[in-house]
Design a protein around this ligand. Structure first.
Ligand code: TPP
Length: 373
C-alpha cells in the first residue's frame, strides 16, 4: 500500500448529510478512501486499527441509510469508531487522536452529536440502546436506535441482560452483530463456537431472499400474521431457529459486511421495520484491506506509529526502560514459580497484559475468560 492516496470523494463529504447525497456506486469509492484515510491517520497517531478497518463499509452504510444523528448509532467499546469520526465532521482533527486536547480514542458525547454514548468498556451498547429506545417511545419519538457490537463483546453477560429485556419488551431496537471471529486475540467460549456454526452451517441466504422476508415484516399487522406463519416455517427450516430468535429478536444474516450491495438493501429494509428488536449478523474481517493488519489481526488491534508501506511499527528506543507489560509479566511469573496457588485471568487481552508469557510458562494456570472478567 502506498502512503499517499488522493481522496476526492472524502474531501467533498464533511458530514453524513453530504454522504447521503452520493449514489450507491460512489459509496464504494468513498469506503475505499475512508479506509486509506483511517490507515494514514493511525500510522501517525497510533491507536486502534484493525477493528476500524473491519467496519469501514458498515460505517458508510449506516450513515448512508440512517438519518444520523437523529437516528442513534452506538458503537460498542468505541475503539472501532475512527472511520465514523472521519465521516462525522472530525476529519480535520483525526490526526490528534489520543493526544492531549485531541480527539478521544473512543466515542464521546461531549465531542460530537453523532456520538450518543461513550464507553471504552465493552458490551454496554445494547443496554444503552435499549434505554434510548425506551426513552424514545415514552417521548413519542420515531428515530431508530442501532447498537453495533462485536462477537468478542457478545461474550459478556451485560449483552444478554439487555437482549433479555429487549426481547421481552418487544422494543424497536436494531442490533448489528459485527462478527469478525476475533476479540483482540482469537475469541474464546461457547458463544464464539455457536456463531461459527451459524455461519458455516449452510445458513447463508441470498440478499433477495432476506429483502423479501423483511418486506413481509413491514406489511400491516394483519397481513403480517398470515405471512408470518409461512415465514416461520421457512425460517426454522433454514436456520433451525437461532438463539437470538429464542430471545425475541428477528434474526437476519449472516451477511457479508464488506459488500455494500448486500449491506445497503438489507439495512434499508431493516430501517422500515416498525416493531420488535432485530439482530443483523454481519460477517467482517478484522484489518480488512490492509495486508499487515489482515495477516496479524492481534498485533494490529492496537498499534504504535507505523510505516504504512511496510507495516513495521516504531520500536521503543534501545536502552530505554522496559514496558510495564514486560515488568508485570516477569514479576507474575516469578510469583507463580514461588507459589503454585498463583493463577492469572485475562479479559480477552493475553498479549496486551503480558499474560501470553505467563500462559507459555503455566498453560494450566492462565484463564482467558473473554470479556467476562
Ligand atoms: C469490559 C472490558 N474488558 C476488556 C476490554 C478490552 N477490549 C477492548 S476491545 C476488545 C475486543 C473486542 O472484541 P470485539 O467485540 O469482537 O470487537 P473487535 O475488536 O473484534 O471489532 C477488548 C477485549 C474492554 N474494552 N472492556
Amino acid at each position: 500500500m502506498s502512503a499517499e492516496t488522493s481522496t476526492p470523494l472524502l474531501d467533498r463529504v464533511q458530514t453524513p448529510e453530504e454522504l447521503r447525497t452520493l449514489k450507491d456506486h460512489e459509496l464504494k469509492q468513498l469506503a475505499d478512501e475512508l479506509r486509506h484515510e483511517t490507515i494514514s491517520a493511525v500510522s501517525v497517531t497510533g491507536g486502534h486499527l484493525g477493528a476500524g478497518l473491519g467496519v469501514v463499509e458498515l460505517t458508510v452504510a449506516l450513515h448512508a441509510v440512517f438519518d444520523t444523528p437523529r437516528d442513534k448509532v452506538i458503537w460498542d467499546v468505541g475503539h472501532q469508531a475512527y472511520p465514523h469520526k472521519i465521516l462525522t465532521g472530525r476529519r480535520d482533527r483525526i490526526r490528534t487522536l489520543r493526544q492531549a486536547d485531541g480527539l478521544s480514542g473512543f466515542c464521546k458525547r461531549a465531542e460530537s452529536e453523532y456520538d450518543p454514548f461513550g464507553a471504552g468498556h465493552a458490551s454496554t451498547s445494547i443496554s444503552a440502546g435499549l434505554g434510548m429506545a425506551v426513552a424514545r417511545d415514552l417521548a413519542g419519538g420515531d428515530n431508530n436506535v442501532i447498537a453495533v457490537i462485536g462477537d468478542g463483546a457478545m461474550s459478556a453477560g451485560m449483552a444478554y441482560e439487555a437482549m433479555n429485556n429487549a426481547g421481552a419488551m418487544d422494543s424497536r431496537l436494531i442490533v448489528i452483530l459485527n462478527d469478525n471471529d476475533m476479540s483482540i486475540a482469537p475469541p474464546v467460549g461457547a458463544m464464539s463456537a455457536y456463531l461459527a456454526r451459524l455461519i458455516s452451517g449452510g445458513t447463508y441466504r441470498s440478499v433477495r431472499r432476506w429483502a423479501k422476508e423483511l418486506t413481509h415484516k413491514i406489511l400491516p399487522r394483519s397481513w403480517q400474521r398470515r405471512a408470518a406463519r409461512a415465514e416461520e416455517f421457512t425460517r426454522s427450516f433454514w436456520t433451525g431457529g437461532t438463539l437470538f430468535e429464542e430471545l425475541g429478536f428477528y434474526y437476519v444474516g449472516p451477511i457479508n459486511g464488506h459488500n455494500l450491495d448486500h449491506l445497503l438493501p438489507i439495512l434499508r429494509n431493516v430501517r422500515r421495520m416498525k416493531n420488535g428488536p432485530i439482530l443483523v449478523h454481519v460477517v467482517t474481517q478484522k484489518g480488512k484491506g490492509y495486508g499487515p493488519a489482515e495477516e496479524s489481526a492481534d498485533k494490529f488491534h492496537g498499534v504504535g506509529r507505523f510505516n504504512v508501506v511496510t507495516g513495521s511499527q516504531e520500536k521503543a528506543a534501545p536502552g530505554g526502560p522496559p514496558s510495564y507489560t514486560k515488568v508485570f509479566a516477569k514479576a507474575l511469573i516469578a510469583e507463580a514459580e514461588a507459589d503454585d496457588k498463583v493463577v492469572a485471568i485475562t479479559a480477552a487481552m493475553p498479549s496486551g497484559t503480558g499474560l501470553d508469557k505467563f500462559a507459555d510458562a503455566f498453560p494450566d494456570r492462565c484463564f482467558d475468560v473473554g470479556i467476562a472478567e
